[in-house]
Design a protein. Structure first.
Length: 66
């Protein structure tokens, strides 16, 4: 399970979320959280691609000075 959560902990979290947000708003909250996670993954993968491109395209370092 992600973050070391077992089924009991997940049920408790879901019950607390249901009490706080109510049954009508809970799907919207879940959708918003999913969208935020998806955008975060997309942005981190873009940053990782840019760093990789930068490292591959950089000239070799000239540490050897004679």
């Amino acid at each position: 399970m992600p973050f070391g959560l077992g089924p009991t902990e997940l049920i408790i979290i879901l019950v607390i979320a249901l009490v706080i947000f109510g049954p009508s708003r809970l799907p919207k909250v879940g959708q918003s959280v999913g969208k935020a996670i998806r955008e975060f993954r997309d942005s981190t993968s873009k940053v990782q691609e840019e760093v990789t491109k930068g490292l591959e395209g950089s000239p070799p370092s000239e540490d050897k000075k004679e």
